[in-house]
Design a binder for this molecule. Structure first.
Ligand SMILES: Nc1nc2c(ncn2[C@@H]2O[C@H](COP(=O)(O)OP(=O)(O)O)[C@@H](O)[C@H]2O)c(=O)[nH]1
Ligand SMILES: [Mg+2]
Length: 342
């Protein structure tokens, strides 16, 4: 049978000469623009390769029993961190759906049935932060554990917003690591953005207060607030976040307009626990799923959507500045399952 989608030869990852987010060089070399679908495919290579395995196996052995396929699929879904419960649910629904389609283009039917199942789990439309029509300034608080990719994602998001003509103010709310303030300052300079920062060790709520006041005074469109992932003081992290949240709300009623949790796609199912903990401190409006490019475990994207009811707003597909996409279930599934056009 023709299983073109899954038999497509893996494309070599196109190494870009663009500067790394982790280590911004002094001189910027504008990267050659890569089409969006290619960026998604490149970023999702590892998960895509994992998910295609049961289909490849089933096309090689056309006599393979459906059972073998389903157990292979269950294994890769669990490996991809979709979670045992969700994986079994997908398999059950897939069995029911494909019962009648055991002949002919079986693998292709299964593939598209899987796509439909995954789509139903992801269908929770996100509202990209830049598309909101509320009165400015729009305050976006970015939270998450250490190393998740908060500061990097803020830089990427700021670059996107600036490109769209928005004025952006950065606030260095992670005051507990000197490197964190420095990292955000480097980005502010490189992107030509204003930044509000205090000394290392200053109270995060104080810098956030200054940041929000400055945003009002300067009438900026969007304020992006970086926060610490771990505190080296006696104040527990979640208490500090609640305080930051209150400070923002006192200055601008209804703010923060977004609380985005950055989750490292490689964190696996533990990401759900992280999300619940943060959710308890300040109600999340969305998730930035970072480092999808380095992981075959993006299955957690499905779990977050279906179990927490919090949409994935953005997805990090690489270390370059432009590697942050507005999350779209359709683009995600196309990159995972479809053959590129042309
Ligand atoms: N490959 C890849 N690396 C990322 C991505 N997002 C962040 N990183 C890297 O993850 C590391 C930690 O990021 P950082 O923003 O400092 O994390 P923070 O502690 O949450 O602020 C850095 O080396 C980033 O370059 C991504 O989408 N893809
Ligand atoms: Mg940081």
């Amino acid at each position: 049978m023709a299983l073109r989608f899954w038999q497509r030869k893996k494309k070599a990852r196109t190494a870009s000469a663009a500067p790394s987010v982790a280590d911004p060089p002094a001189q910027e070399t504008p990267p050659a623009p890569i089409p969006k679908d290619a960026r998604w495919r490149r970023g999702l290579t590892r998960l895509r390769d994992l998910l295609r395995r049961p289909f490849d196996a089933s096309s090689e052995q056309s006599t393979q029993s459906g059972e073998r396929f389903f157990s292979d699929l269950e294994e890769v879904l669990i490996q991809a961190d979709v979670g045992v419960e969700t994986s079994l649910q997908i398999i059950d629904r897939l069995r029911a759906r494909t019962n009648t389609a055991r002949t002919g283009k079986q693998a292709e039917a299964l593939r598209s049935a899987l796509k439909v199942e995954l789509r139903s789990l992801l269908e929770r439309p996100a509202q990209p932060v830049e598309r909101s029509d509320e009165a400015p300034p729009r305050v976006i608080l970015v939270v998450g554990v250490n190393g998740a990719g908060k500061t990097t994602s803020i830089a990427k998001l700021a670059a996107r917003l600036k490109k769209e003509g928005k004025t952006v103010l950065l606030v260095a709310g992670d005051t507990f690591r000197a490197a964190a303030i420095e990292q955000l300052s480097v980005w502010a300079e490189r992107l030509g953005l204003d930044i509000i920062k205090h000394q290392d060790g200053a109270a995060p709520s104080a810098v956030v207060f200054d940041g929000v006041r400055a945003a009002l005074a300067r009438a900026v469109d969007i304020v992006l607030i970086d926060t610490a992932g771990r505190l080296h003081t006696k104040t527990p992290l979640m208490e500090e976040l609640k305080k930051i949240h209150r400070v923002i709300g006192r200055e601008i009623p209804g703010a923060p307009h977004e609380v985005l949790l950055v989750l490292d796609a490689g964190t696996g199912q533990n990401a759900l626990n992280q999300a619940r903990t943060f959710q308890a401190a300040c109600p999340l409006t969305g998730v930035i799923l970072s480092k999808m490019d380095g992981s075959a475990k993006g299955g957690v994207a499905l779990a977050v959507g279906s179990q927490l009811g919090v949409p994935i707003q953005y997805i990090g597909l690489g270390e370059q500045l432009e590697d942050l996409e507005v999350f779209s279930p359709e683009d995600f599934l196309t990159a995972l399952f479809d053959q590129p056009v042309g």
